[in-house]
Design a protein around this ligand. Structure first.
Ligand SMILES: [Zn+2]
Length: 220
């Protein structure tokens, strides 16, 4: 959802290209289909699809290790307030950004957009503003011209605001996929589904994707 809105912003404001990375996550086939559909809808022709083997081999996350269950959100666990959840993929966004900055250098692109969100999200450390400030220093020091900038237009927004922005931009929500555990219908009870459903509810909008069930009485 966040990536889809971020892509809509980039497509509106720039001559955008798009990168997709499969990293052995449970829903990688569904996410890849979402990527192609979103690019088609937004008119993004130049695409790069990458497979990252390191994250799957390293494991340590419920998204990449089949032996670790994806937790369901219930009334007693509050998203984003406790320890970093088991759905965190260790230092994942650094892998994404490294690949995207490499491609940006070759394309001569000046900006790399990423739909990271800090507020009312899962509390992943690689979604914090300080991380992107530090990463931008590394990009400046480690690239040929030192002029590529990673931008995070959604990072300070609440999820409901992202839904509203997406509706204004006519972002392709119907093509996006957020569920951590299922590929046929969204499970409705993983952290990512619950955050998404709550964002649509708070925005007074209907989420257009199909759900298997929706958690009742959850508190986020
Ligand atoms: Zn789900």
């Amino acid at each position: 959802m966040d990536s889809g809105v971020c892509a809509a912003l980039a497509a509106r404001d720039t001559e955008a290209s798009a990168m997709h990375i499969s990293y052995g996550q449970r829903t990688e086939d569904r996410e890849r289909r979402a990527f192609e559909g979103i690019c088609d809808r937004l008119g993004i022709g130049r695409r790069l699809v990458i497979r990252n083997e390191a994250l799957r081999l390293v494991g340590g996350s419920a998204l990449t290790d089949e032996s670790i269950a994806v937790p369901e959100v219930n009334g007693s666990n509050k998203i984003g307030s406790g320890p970093i959840p088991i759905t965190y993929v260790p230092f994942r966004n650094a892998h994404f950004l490294a690949a995207a900055v490499s491609w940006a250098e070759v394309l001569g692109a000046g900006k790399v957009y990423i739909g990271a969100v800090e507020q009312d999200s899962s509390g992943y450390p690689d979604c914090r503003p300080a991380y992107y400030r530090a990463f931008n220093q590394a990009v400046k020091a480690g690239t040929r011209e030192g002029i590529i900038e990673i931008v995070t237009p959604l990072i300070a927004m609440r999820k409901a605001e992202i839904v509203k922005l997406g509706l204004e931009l006519n972002a392709p929500f119907d093509l996006t996929w957020s569920c951590y555990s299922r590929e046929d219908r969204a499970c409705g009870v993983c952290e990512s589904c619950v955050l998404r459903l709550r964002a649509f509810a708070e925005a007074g909008a209907q989420d257009p994707i199909p759900y298997a069930e929706q958690a009742a009485g959850h508190r986020i």
